[in-house]
Design a protein. Structure first.
Lengths: 450, 450
């Protein structure tokens, strides 16, 4: 029977094994802010570098960019964020809290003991007013408003304002893309659901500039390419779907938006969005900056490219992969929790386990193997406790392979390799382990999870 | 004769080849803020991942962390940043500008036509007052001061407040370390000197927790280890020095601080700092949070570990490596600019160049090689223009190797490999290129620069 993966189970495993924990815990936390521990950092690094490898390294047509978090504030005037990037807020005169006017049905007044959603009708609410989601700050020693700046709420605008630079410096012509990863910040009124809605998050965005006539085709291309990427890195097809936004749902400038949704414990929700943004952004920045952001071809043809944007945050991929990989099963009368992560995503690629840690011959051979493997991979050495407990520790963090050095190793120079998913064990010669692991990590992988 | 590497030359090359350019340029810039182009991103990625590999992956005793940018503001009360992380400021009543009171000798009034430093004596300056360098913002929909928070001015405090988590979750005992990379923000009054002093920068910090009696020894260890790291990745010994701070210069809590300095075009300046911070941070957070941040050994011994901190920003390494690698020379009557970067640091590892781009046989062979190599490395395909011009383009971005596909390739299946530094050329069989490149990139490397 399929295991019921609740958000609680994911939060609990993350906390217990040091993937993610509430930020500033010793000071009572910092409302829906999280810090990543060792395995969380390793897993995020894998997600980021696989995205970068797919989007930049393995392509001819996409270059990388890393723009600043605090841009010239005029960027956000032009993009429409200063005027329109806001949520409607109401105050409750009873409990003095503030809530999103468009989410009242799911909220509850702080003074209502029952806290049943929908009791708002009885509450004393103010009219809704717009609350901008950009974090403001002051730059430089001046205290007047001329120094007001914003933390970027998205990385995309940093790409648009560098369009001309890249066009010139990287000698590109449409279709070509600019890719960027980095933190964005949004002053969410109701953050929550673990990492699902947080105030700081790491985006991975790519803006793909195309001739207007080809926009629809490239939009479809990127929806499919991104969907396939999630299948490649192990997400189950049954947990993924493409959902095209209706005309009412779309931003006014978008002529097409598709969400790749994942069946999170909170229900089907956006994992990644792919939008056809048209020429909206380049046109806005042309108007506001006075710099013509267009493409001029060798024959003199000039046009403002359309933009197709696949945009995702590492956090949503991170949660989807934990949920998809999480499994519980009973093996030989013992329950085990196992993260069936794609080997490329798994924070640790292999564990090296001397069966008896205090046996110096075993320890020596195990250490030599450890030193060899960690030049190329993140691997772990563990010699403490029963071997079964050590296996389960590695299962919980999703380590795909474990190499055990035992008595037979001392006799014939072979080690046991244990497969996390099938629990199959086979013996390999010690000097063939590095090559075996290198090949095993490159093989296509599909989860055995039901 | 050694080339005179000025900051102007570095800025110009960075701009010209798209490593780094002024941020928000189309809106008139954003005072001393920079965006990184394709090659800049690749080079920064290399620096970050080599640091991570050395500090985390290849060690048993250091784990990774990624804490939030906006922490609970009590963290910065405890650390002393709210009270003391400030510069003294004066206003000039003549020109209405503000300046750092401790840097007046190097500044000039906005109204003085000559702008000679030191003319301040004649100016009408206010008394100095303290200006805090942390960026402030408001979190959540509340507008009162209870919601004031700060952008972290360093990553270190995020490590200290997670000390207990890591101690428990990662099953560690001193000596052990916690490493973190990520952006920090400082509202510098006088940013400048290209990337040398910027308002947002990416830190790489590691806090190493040790028994107090061993602190001095570990402090020396880390000064040497970090110095050797720079030699390993190609910086010249003649451009590096260790400078120990005098007692007056040190922070009050530090019992020892050494800067690894690099001879930048602006003179000897801090590249990386290694400090013995004692038990100051853990003690402060214990007092302010009420959570005891100490280590309790199996035998019941308890103590507050001392902390040794090697701290550096990617930007300073980035500039040092550009300066160290920058070279100009005349080859066959032609001048070339070359970045003699360590191959592990170079943004592009190899260029694949069909001698005649329009020759379909050459193009086909070149493309096959390109597809093979880029699965493992960042490589570039270039078929446009004279071969000499293509070589020089690669020289300027520091690509260590170029593989040229020519007539002879079609006859005997060999390609020419050209070495960026020696300009030596040799022929290799096409099917041996991948292995040759893999090995060449792992060899120790020393700059031939005088």
């Amino acid at each position: 029977m399929a295991v019921d993966v609740t958000m609680d189970k994911i939060v609990s495993l993350s906390r217990r094994r040091g993937f993610v924990f509430p930020s500033s815990e010793i000071y009572g936390g910092m409302g829906s802010t999280y810090d990543y521990g060792h395995y969380g950092v390793l897993m995020k690094n894998n997600i980021r570098s696989l995205w970068f490898q797919t989007m930049v390294q393995e392509r001819d047509d996409i270059v990388a960019l890393d723009s600043a978090v605090i841009l010239n504030p005029l960027v956000w005037e032009a993009s429409g964020h200063v005027g329109g990037f806001s949520d409607p807020l109401v105050d409750c005169r009873t409990c003095k809290l503030r809530f999103r006017a468009d989410q009242l049905e799911q909220s509850a007044c702080g003074r209502k003991p029952s806290k049943h959603p929908g009791e708002w009708k009885e509450c004393d609410l103010t009219e809704a007013r717009q609350f901008n989601l950009m974090f403001q700050t002051q730059v430089g020693p001046l205290e007047d408003s001329s120094a007001t700046a914003y933390l970027r709420p998205e990385t995309a605008q940093g790409i648009f304002v560098n369009f001309k630079n890249v066009l010139q410096l990287a000698r590109r012509k449409p279709p070509f893309g600019i890719a960027q990863t980095g933190k964005s910040f949004r002053n969410e009124i109701t953050p929550g659901n673990f990492l699902f809605r947080v105030r700081e998050f790491e985006q991975m965005e790519m803006e793909y500039f195309v001739p207007p006539a080809d926009a629809e085709r490239w939009y479809r291309y990127w929806v499919d390419a991104r969907y396939d990427w999630y299948l490649k890195y192990g997400l189950r097809e049954s947990m993924l779907r493409k959902r095209e936004h209706s005309a009412e749902e779309r931003s006014h400038y978008s002529s097409g938006t598709t969400d790749i949704e994942y069946l999170y414990p909170i229900g089907w929700s956006e994992l990644e969005g792919i939008a056809n943004r048209g020429d909206y952004d380049l046109t806005q920045h042309t108007q506001h900056s006075g710099t013509k952001l267009e493409f001029v071809d060798d024959d003199g043809t000039r046009y403002t490219p359309y933009v197709i944007e696949p945009a995702v945050s590492i956090e949503r991929i991170f949660v989807a992969m934990l949920v998809d990989g999480y499994d519980e099963e009973v093996v030989a009368d013992r329950e085990r929790t196992v993260l069936r992560l794609h080997p490329a995503i798994a924070p640790v690629k292999a564990a090296i386990l001397p069966l008896i840690g205090k046996n110096t011959d075993m320890a020596e051979k195990a250490d030599a193997l450890f030193q060899e493997l960690r030049r190329r991979h993140v691997v772990e050495y563990d010699d403490s406790g029963q071997i079964g407990r050590r296996y389960r520790r590695q299962d919980e963090i999703g380590t795909p392979f474990a190499f055990t050095i035992d008595d037979q190793t001392l006799e014939d120079g072979t080690v046991t390799v244990r497969d996390r998913d099938s629990l199959a064990q086979e013996r390999l010669p010690l000097d063939g382990v590095a090559r075996w692991l290198g090949e095993a990590l490159e093989k296509p992988w599909r989860t055995p999870k039901a």
